[in-house]
Ligand binder design. Structure first.
Ligand SMILES: Cc1ncc(C[n+]2csc(CCOP(=O)(O)OP(=O)(O)O)c2C)c(N)n1
Length: 319
């Protein structure tokens, strides 16, 4: 299957948006402008971009604590995501969600969550709502390999499989859950192998190859939209930074980090686009410059936006 040129360029731009965005968030955190902590998505961009490039605006996603990239890939505006992370009133949740609880229903982003594994039953629930409303929407549910050891993984996938709900369960296997290597807590190498226990397809893809992710998700979306039920897609990937902003990630061997850095999803996709003559060097550079400028604008917008007033503290929240 070949991807048309426009789609590939759009995906390249989105990958860059997420990378530049995350680098800025890292810096802003260092300047003490970000409340709480942050979990950066740099290195894993091809997963969110490859999956979301198959989704319509009215499709849904559920996210994790590492959710900035999911939000941007699903079509959220950089300005308002950045403002939310900085706790500003102009953010998608009026500054009250922040990095780990950002949601934006207008683009189908059902929410980030600090509770590991919480997205799976939520995605099954959204899938059930689609079934009851008789639409042809789908849900993509992102989670880590650590989350796949939670009971919610079993509960969510089991019900979705039983009722053939239109859900893509997308495991982002970045090898570590905080500082714990997968091999210390799981007897199997591939989370996708667990699909068989629920009677659904489980596929492993190179999560640092945006086209491979796109193609796997394309098949899973077709399956979901046509009423055949969920697919479990495991994307093998790697985060560039530590688990959170506080984590220097010294538990990862230097050679392993170097090896994965060579497989950076953006460098690889750029090389492929040049090789396929989809873009020239100049065109690729221009896209990156435009993205860098858009991210700068988002920072300016967020920094200059006001905080919510103290008397608004209890508005728009569940109490
Ligand atoms: C229910 C629950 N248990 C434990 C934690 C603490 N915790 C936060 S992130 C994390 C690791 C999650 O790993 P994974 O699901 O692989 O996602 P990754 O951070 O690698 O993206 C843990 C254990 C939590 N937030 N929620």
């Amino acid at each position: 299957m070949t991807l048309e040129k426009r789609k590939k360029i759009e995906m390249y731009r989105k990958l860059l948006e997420i990378r530049h965005f995350e680098e800025k968030v890292y810096d802003l955190y260092g300047q003490n402008l970000v409340p709480g902590t942050i979990h950066l998505y740099a290195g894993q961009e091809a997963v969110a971009v490859g999956v979301c490039a198959n989704l319509r605006r009215d499709d849904y996603i559920t996210s994790t604590h590492r959710g900035h990239g999911h939000c941007i890939a699903k079509g959220a505006q950089l300005n308002r995501v950045m403002a939310e992370i900085l706790g500003k009133k102009t953010g998608y949740c009026k500054g009250k969600g922040g990095s780990m609880h950002i949601a934006n229903f207008s683009v189908g982003m059902l929410g980030a969550t600090a509770v590991v594994g919480a997205g799976l039953p939520i995605a099954a629930g959204a899938g059930l709502s689609i079934r009851l409303r008789k639409t042809d929407q789908v849900v993509a549910c992102f989670f880590g390999e650590g989350a796949s050891n939670q009971g919610t993984f079993h509960e969510g996938i089991n019900m979705a499989a039983l009722w053939k709900l239109p859900v893509l369960f997308v495991c982002e296997n970045n090898l570590y859950a905080m500082g714990t290597r997968q091999s210390r807590v799981m007897a199997i190498e591939n989370v996708a192998d667990r699909g068989v226990a629920y009677g659904i397809p489980g596929v492993v893809v190179d999560g640092n190859d945006v086209m491979a992710v796109y193609e796997a998700a394309c098949e899973a979306v077709e399956r979901a939209r046509s009423g055949k039920g969920p697919t479990l897609i495991e994307c093998k990937t790697y985060r560039h930074k530590g688990h959170s902003r506080f984590d220097p990630a010294t538990y990862r061997p230097k050679e392993e980090v170097e090896e994965w850095m060579k497989r950076d999803p953006i460098t690889r996709f750029r090389a492929r686009l040049l090789e396929m003559k989809t873009l020239t060097e100049e065109e690729a550079d221009k896209i990156e410059q435009d993205v860098a400028a858009a991210v700068e604008d988002a920072v300016k917008f967020a920094v200059e936006s006001p905080f919510p007033a103290p008397e608004e503290a209890l508005e728009h929240v569940y109490i």
